[in-house]
Design a protein around this ligand. Structure first.
Ligand SMILES: [Zn+2]
Length: 82
């Protein structure tokens, strides 16, 4: 068993990602995939958690605003964030 910094997608700390500045400051956290580079990150978006439509968000890999395809909403991550 080896551990690297390149953690697989199913071993992520979603709570930590949602707390990062690049996730955004307002809205509901969504687990989303960047259409530019394909990375999967938590990004906040002010839209209905039931509405999994693409939204624009900055991607630090692409270094610009790109479209993100939400995989699932993660409203529970905000449970004890305050
Ligand atoms: Zn990207």
């Amino acid at each position: 068993m080896s551990r690297s910094t390149d953690a697989p997608a199913d071993d992520r700390d979603l709570e930590a990602e949602a707390a990062e500045p690049e996730a955004g400051h307002s809205g509901i956290p969504f687990d989303a995939v960047c259409v530019g580079c394909g990375q999967r990150r938590v990004k906040r978006c002010e839209q209905d958690p039931e509405d999994l439509t693409s939204f624009k968000h900055v991607c630090h890999e692409c270094q610009s605003g790109t479209w993100w395809n939400p995989v699932q909403a993660l409203p529970d991550l905000d449970g004890d964030a305050a």
